[in-house]
Structures are given as structure tokens and as C-alpha cells.
Design a protein around this ligand. Structure first.
Ligand code: PGA
Length: 248
């Protein structure tokens, strides 16, 4: 595992965007795995700036998002398709057909997930995967206890995640309780992984993921087994790791 510890959420976002930009420049046909949530918003804003001001070219890039809520349409302002359009796709020159987000309204969600796996394989696999981390150590919507080799499928959110995500909805009851999510096994097959985290609320999950045992109880700890994984953290998210591990 590699680490970049930054002073602020802004610096974390800039560093992550820089890394994505480098990989896109060196491989314009790259397949990216993308994440949603509060953490990547400023990183996407920086990628939009790099496109506008420095000509970063997305015209041959393909993307696959990690997850989507089950039962809400792409037009819903809390759907992850809506988030991606608003934060990135609407502002860069990526052909819309190159962007893939699981369909939360699919008539057959299991088939939707199977087809998504097939499509990723056909595209040659994910070249660079962006991840956030839940305060419970989840990656995508793979909650504690999900299998290390799980594939894209229908998952149930824990009470902890529903609570964490309630801030995006009017009422906690409005947060969908199920989602479609890439599996841990799917994520681990990406050639390179960047995990970003800011905020003190992530510090414990980061510590466990890095210094704790590799366990399905903390899905992000599975990343210890990945051969090309970098954590980009702000000082708040890195605080416990710095204190306990003595390596920084
Ligand atoms: P957040 O979510 O970026 O909104 O904190 C991250 C996650 O749950 O993976």
C-alpha cells in the first residue's frame, strides 16, 4: 500500500485529480472505475478545471461507477447517475455512451449486475479505480461481512450506512435500504486503486484497514492484498493511523 498524506481536503482532492489526469494522459483509452459521495466532489471539480483550462481529454475514456441505489431512477437528484452527470460528465467531453452506472430501476436487478460484470470484462477490466470508504470500513456498498470474492450484485445497506447517507435525503426513511454494487472481488481486479478519505469520522476505518488484520469485517482491509493501491488522505482521516502506526 502507498500513502499520500495531505494537509487538507482540498489538497487530497487536487492530488487525486492530478493522479487521474496523469493516467488519462498516458492512456487516453483508460477504463476508469468511479465513486460517488461527499468525498470525491472536489476531485471531480478539479478534473473539470483540468479539462477546461488544460485540455484534459476524456473523449476516449470509459467509466464504470461502483454502485447505485435500488429503486430510484436516474433522474432522482440522489441517484448516483444524477450525481455523476452533475459533478463530472456534463462538464467534460466524455461521450455519454462511454459512461456506465448500474440501473437502479432495472426490471431484473440480478441480470443488470451480471451484465455489468460482463461489460467490464469486455472493456478489458478497470484500469484505475477510485474508492471512498464508509465510516464502517465499507468500499462501494460492500458492507462489513461481505465476501472477499463477491461480484456485482444486489446488497443491503447497514443501519450505519443509512445513517451516514441520511444527510443527502430529506428524511432518514427516504434513504433506500438496498443497492446494486460492484463486489469486493470485482474491485480487487482493478489494475490500480486510489482510495480517498477526508474527515475525522473516517480515521478509525482507515486505521483498521491499514493496520488491522485482512478481514471481511472491514472490507477496505482487503486492499492490503492489492499490488497497486494508494490511499490519499487528509490529516483528519490519517490522524489515528499516524498516531498508532508510527510509520508517518
Ligand atoms: P462519503 O462516502 O464520500 O459520502 O463519505 C464514502 C463511502 O461511503 O464510501
Amino acid at each position: 500500500m502507498n500513502f499520500i498524506i495531505t494537509e487538507s481536503s482540498e489538497e487530497m482532492s487536487r492530488k487525486a485529480a492530478e493522479l487521474f489526469a496523469q493516467r488519462i494522459r498516458s492512456n487516453p483509452n483508460i477504463v476508469l472505475g468511479l465513486a460517488t459521495g461527499g468525498t470525491p466532489e472536489k476531485m471531480y471539480a478539479e478534473l473539470v478545471r483540468l479539462h477546461r483550462e488544460e485540455g484534459l481529454d476524456f473523449s476516449r475514456v470509459t467509466t464504470y461507477n461502483l454502485d447505485e441505489y435500488l429503486g430510484i431512477p436516474a433522474t432522482h437528484d440522489q441517484s448516483y447517475r444524477y450525481f455523476m452527470n452533475k459533478n463530472l460528465f456534463d462538464h467534460v467531453n466524455i461521450p455519454r455512451e462511454n459512461t456506465h452506472v448500474l440501473n437502479g430501476m432495472a426490471a431484473d436487478p440480478v441480470k443488470e449486475c451480471r451484465d455489468y460484470e460482463d461489460a467490464i470484462k469486455k472493456a478489458g477490466g478497470i484500469g484505475l479505480q477510485l474508492l471512498g470508504i464508509g465510516s464502517n470500513g465499507h468500499i462501494a456498498f460492500n458492507e462489513p461481512g461481505s465476501k472477499a470474492d463477491s461480484r456485482t450484485g444486489v446488497v443491503t445497506l447497514t443501519g450505519n450506512t443509512v445513517k451516514d447517507n441520511a444527510r443527502f435525503f430529506e428524511k432518514a426513511e427516504d434513504v433506500p435500504k438496498q443497492a446494486l454494487s460492484m463486489g469486493n472481488g470485482t474491485i480487487m481486479e482493478a489494475k490500480e486503486i486510489i482510495l480517498i478519505a477526508d474527515k475525522e469520522s473516517k480515521a478509525e476505518a482507515i486505521l483498521k484497514s491499514v493496520e488491522g488484520p485482512v478481514t471481511e469485517d472491514v472490507p477496505a482491509s482487503l486492499l492490503q492484498k492489492h499490488t497497486n493501491c494508494t490511499f490519499i488522505l487528509d490529516s483528519a482521516a490519517a490522524a489515528k493511523l499516524k498516531k498508532e502506526s508510527g510509520r508517518f
